[in-house]
Design a protein around this ligand. Structure first.
Ligand code: SF4
Length: 448
């Protein structure tokens, strides 16, 4: 979501006459868009701001801004830590960026929320300015039809719902992103149609919990219905979505996933822990048995599904037995992949009040064990793919191997292969020749 908001900010700036600088040193405006899901983020941001402060001292015209979740959560603290910031914009104000820049530069001509088409002759204006702008409101809807400078050229993010009503005890999303707000299906479809005209073949529907899409909308619609509508868009080949909350994964949605040809056979379903005691303390709203039952159901209806998950270890009160329960469930389910984390207390969340903190050493050791187990499982899940011909959307030059390309299967597996750069963005068929735990290797590309 944060990346998508950054694409909007870049798009707004481009429409206002700015262009992306290749290096920080030559930029006239530097923006950090912060995601605050872990306390560590805060230290990283302030350390980065410390560096930028030095740059600003050398170049007084430089405009420095901070946006996103950290600012939304702690505006006063942010300004106390970094009083030299020229502006801060919260998660409900980031789209006011062009207007805010004009205010800073002493140009108060106003304009719409987009600050349409008023290019600022930057450095000249910047020398005059000295206003610090602070905009951190709550719950404002993000306007539709904002311009975007898309970073991803092969698959585009499209938010369908923003915010969250779930209040997991370790998470601050409901506080920094507000309550759930679904976009209208009309706006979503219009955005995706526009993307297909630009040549995008894949969309990734985004939401903190896509499964609660539609609540509060005038028209009666749920996420399964929305998938059906998106599936009808001509020119689109693949639909992905993230994230699904297990408690809201309906039978209707599972059935619809199986029926719709463009919906990829991949489900990211965060489990977080395999211990019922910890799941309850996390306020997740399901038990390990219910989660397992869901996974079995999906496997029955979509046998080729690939499952990934998120797991937190070292949650306050997690005993060795709780951790063993998580390991057992991980082995029993056999996830294709897992994003694993040590619990990190986040100020203002319920979990910070819980007693019996798990020490860092213990958390790290549990994480190490979990990763080791999961890597073995991922490898075992990948091996049967050897010899199969799989559809791959080519995403770009491989991050692991600069002379090769990489793409993604419908099951969300990365495939590395030798090929010409003009294949980037194309759907091809590759025969899988090797399986590792991070990626597969393929050959013999055929454009589909
Ligand atoms: S579902 Fe829980 S973890 Fe996910 S965004 Fe909402 S509160 Fe946070």
């Amino acid at each position: 979501m944060n990346e998508y908001d950054s694409e909007i900010m870049a798009g707004l700036l481009k429409d206002s006459g700015y262009h992306l600088a290749d290096e920080m040193e030559v930029a006239d405006v530097i923006l950090l868009n912060t995601c605050y899901v872990r306390e560590k983020v805060k230290h990283k941001v302030y350390s980065k701001l410390g560096e930028l402060k030095k740059l600003k001292e050398k170049k007084p015209g430089l405009i420095l801004g901070l946006c996103g979740c950290l600012v939304q959560k702690e505006p006063k603290e942010t300004l106390r830590q970094a009083p030299y910031l020229d502006f801060i914009l919260g998660t409900s104000n980031f789209f006011e960026l062009p207007q805010v820049l004009r205010e800073i530069c002493g140009d108060n001509r106003g304009g719409g929320e987009r600050g349409d088409q008023v290019a600022v002759p930057f450095m000249a204006q910047a020398r005059k300015r000295r206003t610090q702008v602070v905009r951190v409101e709550e719950g404002r809807a993000v306007p539709e039809n904002l311009p975007k400078l898309r970073k991803r050229k092969f698959g585009a993010f499209v938010p369908v719902i923003r915010g969250c009503d779930n209040f997991c005890s370790y998470c601050n999303v409901p506080y920094v992103r507000g309550r759930e707000k679904s976009r209208s299906p009309k706006d979503i479809l219009k955005e995706i149609e526009g993307l297909t005209h630009q040549g995008y073949k894949e969309v990734i529907l985004l939401g903190q919990n896509v499964n609660s899409y539609g609540r509060g909308l005038e028209k009666k619609i749920d996420f399964a219905d929305l998938l059906g509508l998106v599936n009808q868009i001509e020119g689109l080949s693949r639909i992905r979505f993230t994230t699904s909350h297990p408690k809201d994964l309906s039978d209707k949605l599972i059935k619809r996933m199986a029926e719709l040809d463009k919906v990829c056979e991949h489900l990211h379903l965060p489990i977080q822990s395999g211990s019922n005691r910890i799941l309850s303390r996390m306020n997740r709203g399901y038990t390990r048995e219910e989660y397992k039952c869901l996974v079995d159901k999906v496997h029955q209806i979509i046998p080729q599904i690939s499952f990934t998950t998120d797991i937190i270890v070292g949650f306050p009160g997690e005993t060795e037995k709780d951790f063993e329960d998580t390991l057992d469930l991980v082995k029993e389910i056999g996830f294709d992949g897992a994003f694993t984390f040590c619990y990190s207390p986040l100020a203002g969340t319920k979990a910070t009040e819980f007693k019996k903190r798990v020490s860092q050493e213990v958390s790290k050791e549990r994480l190490r064990k979990l990763i080791e187990v999961q890597q073995g499982i991922t490898l075992e899940r990948n091996k049967p793919l050897i010899g199969q011909n799989l559809e791959v959307l080519v995403e770009g030059i491989s991050k692991k191997s600069p002379y090769e390309l990489e793409g993604r299967t419908r099951g969300n597996k990365i495939v590395i292969f030798k090929g010409k750069e003009n294949l980037i963005g194309e759907l091809i068929s590759l025969r899988i020749t090797e399986a590792g735990c991070w990626a597969l290797r393929g050959e013999g590309e055929l454009t589909i």
